[in-house]
Design a protein around this ligand. Structure first.
Ligand code: GLA
Length: 393
């Protein structure tokens, strides 16, 4: 019986006889006291308004907290991982991912895809075109001659998704949905996407992707979070130590398109099979335009089952990020294009002060027949899981 019904019930029996006896009053008072002091289920996902896009669409922020003092904030704009506050070895809590304080920041040119879901096809499509089932598709060029991260205006990072909090027993998170209409950014088929984020009590952010289509279309979704394990806004990530579970990588040409070769990492600056400082060999990579790591690694695990892909240790804070994925590849990008954008709380995101580990299929797969296919057909479901977990050592 809810509060209002209980009142109606008491009034119903008390008023007709006008015999409000003491026992009834005491009982009523007790009932109310019990109802007011009974533990109220604590809302684990806090939903707030974050502002409006330039077009006037409301953007929602979802706040998740766990028992370890970690806080994660997600935005419906781009289904973005916007904040991740997590303790270091001394117990100090810092936000370790890049983002902005307002929607205008996310919509500005300073936003290098901070924390968003990139797609429909993350990373590059050579010459902004592909052929599928005999038909050629032309896309927008937003990265020299290529298409980067799904296009220009309506790529998945730029649209507002519908977010629904998940507050099930032992699970807190948000499920984001967006249906991209056929032809959006030049891609065929209506693509129905679901991205579910959950935060565990072991400081793991789990991202589960699903997509279906009504027409054959390429799909490659990823999360583009920039991490600095000393806290976003710290001056560099070159002192972080990286391990990648990859014996091979995909070499690239001068516009960052894979040459098609699957090359061994042995004897190269790409050998992260043991931990190496990111900065140790980064300056051996002198090729323009990026100079530095901006490469896809071929993960040793190609089973489609969740497996460890990467670990990053920050000796200063003691934070250790582990990345697990079901995907065959991971893009290591070390912020070669960062130029000092001002982010959350006025923090500066300087050159090489953040790294991304984007779990994905290989760049330009739609044009490279020797790479695992990114084509999704009607009746099939695209599935991808990525887990970012932060521990302290
Ligand atoms: C990806 C690309 C980089 C760069 C960033 C965004 O990681 O591989 O070259 O474009 O996105 O700035």
């Amino acid at each position: 019986m809810n509060c209002r019904n209980r009142w109606a019930w008491w009034l119903g029996i008390a008023l007709p006889g006008l015999s409000l006896n003491c026992a009834a009053i005491v009982l009523l008072a007790c009932t109310l006291v019990i109802e007011m002091t009974a533990p109220v289920a604590r809302a684990e996902v806090i939903v707030t308004e974050f502002g409006k896009t330039a077009e006037g669409t409301a953007v929602t922020q979802f706040t998740l907290k766990n028992s370890q003092g970690a806080v994660v904030k997600l935005l419906s704009l781009g289904a973005t991982l916007a904040e991740w506050h997590v303790p270091c070895k001394s117990g100090q809590v810092d936000d370790v991912v890049f983002g902005f304080d307002n929607v205008a920041g996310y919509e500005s040119k300073d936003n290098g895809y901070f924390g968003c879901i990139a797609g429909r096809v993350a990373n590059r499509i050579a010459n902004a075109r592909f052929t599928l089932d005999g038909k050629q598709y032309e896309l927008a060029k937003n990265d020299g001659p290529n298409t980067l991260h799904g296009g220009v205006k309506r790529s998945l990072d730029k649209v507002v998704w519908k977010g629904t909090p998940i507050e099930r027993e032992g699970e807190r998170g948000v499920e984001f949905k967006y249906a991209s209409p056929a032809g959006e950014e030049g891609f065929p088929g209506t693509l129905s996407c679901t991205v579910k984020y959950t935060l565990s009590d072991t400081n793991a952010v789990r991202i589960e992707y699903e997509a279906t289509t009504d027409q054959a279309t390429p799909v490659n979704l990823t999360n583009h979070a920039y991490f600095n394990l000393s806290g976003a806004g710290s001056p560099t990530i070159l002192d972080h130590e990286l391990m990648l579970a990859a014996d091979h990588y995909t070499p690239i040409n001068d516009v960052l398109i894979p040459t098609g070769e699957i090359a061994s990492v042995v004897g190269t600056p790409f050998d992260f099979r043991q931990f190496h400082r990111i900065g140790e060999r980064v300056d051996e990579l002198t090729a323009k335009p990026g100079k530095g790591y901006d490469h896809n690694f071929v993960l040793n695990n190609q089973t489609g089952q969740l497996a460890l892909a990467a670990r990053v240790r920050d000796p200063k804070s003691g934070r250790v990020l582990s990345v697990f994925t079901t995907e065959p590849g991971i893009q290591l990008y070390v912020g070669n294009f960062l130029t000092g954008a001002k982010g959350k709380g006025g923090k500066t995101y300087a050159y090489r002060s953040g790294f991304c580990l984007e779990t994905q299929h290989y760049p330009d797969s739609i044009n490279q027949s020797n790479f695992p296919s990114v084509v999704l057909r009607p009746g099939e479901t695209y599935r991808h899981t990525c887990v970012y977990q932060i521990a302290v050592e």
